[in-house]
Design a binder for this molecule. Structure first.
Ligand SMILES: NC(=O)c1ccc[n+]([C@@H]2O[C@H](COP(=O)([O-])OP(=O)(O)OC[C@H]3O[C@@H](n4cnc5c(N)ncnc54)[C@H](O)[C@@H]3O)[C@@H](O)[C@H]2O)c1
Length: 349
């Protein structure tokens, strides 16, 4: 087990991020938290729980990200007699992580929490930054807390059982991080190791995850509670992407939507003279080389539904949705866009 990062939190605490390389090491690491614990997984990730540990296995999926699951986690903790010094250990994708951390944050006013992400998306995106929560009243993540984990355990071998769709979902976020990074290491890595990344070769997974996490760490440490606008840049591609996902009835994955949204952000930036054309070209070429469909367009008949989905975007400020465009490598800018610009961006030539 190796400590990759120690991410500073408010009040002098840290989230420590560890990597484990083998199944044995993984088992030892998880058992190391002792018996004063509650493991939470879903039925797809329960296979990664150590034998015989106190655990709760929930059904999988975003639809389960609700009060009733929180209630189940809290009642299980209570029935086990857990106290504030007990550890809630989430083993799963972003849904299990967000819910377990939320339950831990309110259990006896805050128990300890350890996150063990098992999807690529949750490894590079959902473990750091402390956002916890559930979906509520038809909206995503509308109820929650800021409650960072004390440890995050990254075990890339768990990705071997992930479906291709879910893996590509995470890749969309990794590609996004490549542009937000203040240097080109992740971009160069993705360009050089495309085949190994796509085939989930064990030798490159940890390096990719680690480079991607560095980018997220940079942004969240500069804006820990999302109050300065810096952290909003992590939503690059999401405003366009979420609206496309909604329009397609969520038949395309979040990662596909984000990758498409990143390309739209680059194209829009180029048209407005914000993004240098050569940089926009570079972005398009990386996204396409990973097989993401950059040619999807919104039909004139569906534009009003698309635009109203954009209006629901969380980043609304003072009535206007702010899009993230790129001035260059690691240089995001947030700005509202006129409807005519959005039409031009998403309806194709
Ligand atoms: N807290 C944050 O900062 C943050 C950031 C990004 C996303 N999120 C949240 O994360 C959630 C999405 O996360 P996700 O994409 O990981 O989805 P998910 O948790 O729903 O997992 C996707 C699917 O993969 C399955 N799965 C997970 N790991 C597996 C494995 N190793 N092998 C086989 N199957 C496996 C799950 O059971 C599920 O069916 C959303 O609810 C989103 O709001 C939170």
């Amino acid at each position: 087990m190796e400590r990759l990062f120690s991410v500073p939190l408010k009040g002098g605490a840290y989230t420590d991020v560890y990597s484990v390389k083998t199944e044995n090491e993984f088992g030892e690491c998880l058992s190391g938290y002792g018996s004063n614990v509650l493991f939470v997984a879903d039925s797809n990730t329960a296979r990664y729980l150590p034998d015989g540990v106190p655990s709760l296995v929930l059904p999988p999926g975003e639809r389960e990200k609700n009060w009733s699951s929180i209630d189940r986690i809290l009642s299980k903790a209570l029935s086990l007699g857990l106290a504030r010094d007990s550890v809630f250990i989430a083993v799963g994708g972003g849904v299990i992580l967000d819910m377990t951390a939320f339950a831990a944050s309110v259990y006896m006013r805050g128990a300890r929490v350890v996150l063990v992400p098992t999807t690529l998306l949750s490894m590079v995106d959902a473990t750091l930054g402390g956002k916890t929560g559930i979906d509520y009243g038809g909206g995503k993540n509308l109820v929650g807390t800021f409650y960072p984990a004390e440890d995050v355990i990254i075990a890339p071998h768990t990705l071997s059982t992930l479906s291709d769709k879910e893996y590509r979902c995470g890749l969309g976020e990794v590609v996004k991080h490549a542009f937000l990074s203040h240097d080109s290491r992740l971009y160069d890595f993705l360009e050089k190791n495309r085949d190994a990344v796509l085939s989930r070769s064990g030798s490159v997974m940890m390096d990719m995850i680690s480079l991607s996490l560095e980018v997220k760490i940079d942004y969240i440490t500069a804006d820990p509670e999302e109050k300065k606008g810096i952290r909003s840049a992590l939503n690059l591609g999401h405003t366009f992407g979420h609206a496309l996902e909604a329009l397609e009835g969520f038949s395309i994955s979040h990662g596909e939507g984000v990758a498409w949204g990143v390309v739209k952000a680059f194209e829009t930036g180029r048209k407005l003279g914000i993004t240098p054309p050569s940089y926009a070209e570079k972005a398009l070429s990386l996204v396409s080389s990973y097989g993401f469909d950059t040619h999807l367009s919104v039909s004139p008949e569906s534009f009003s539904s698309f635009y109203s989905a954009i209006g629901k975007d969380k980043k609304k400020k003072g009535g206007a949705v702010r899009f993230i465009l790129m001035k260059g490598q690691g240089e995001p800018v947030l700005m509202p866009l006129d409807e005519s610009i959005v039409i031009e961006a998403v309806m194709g030539e």
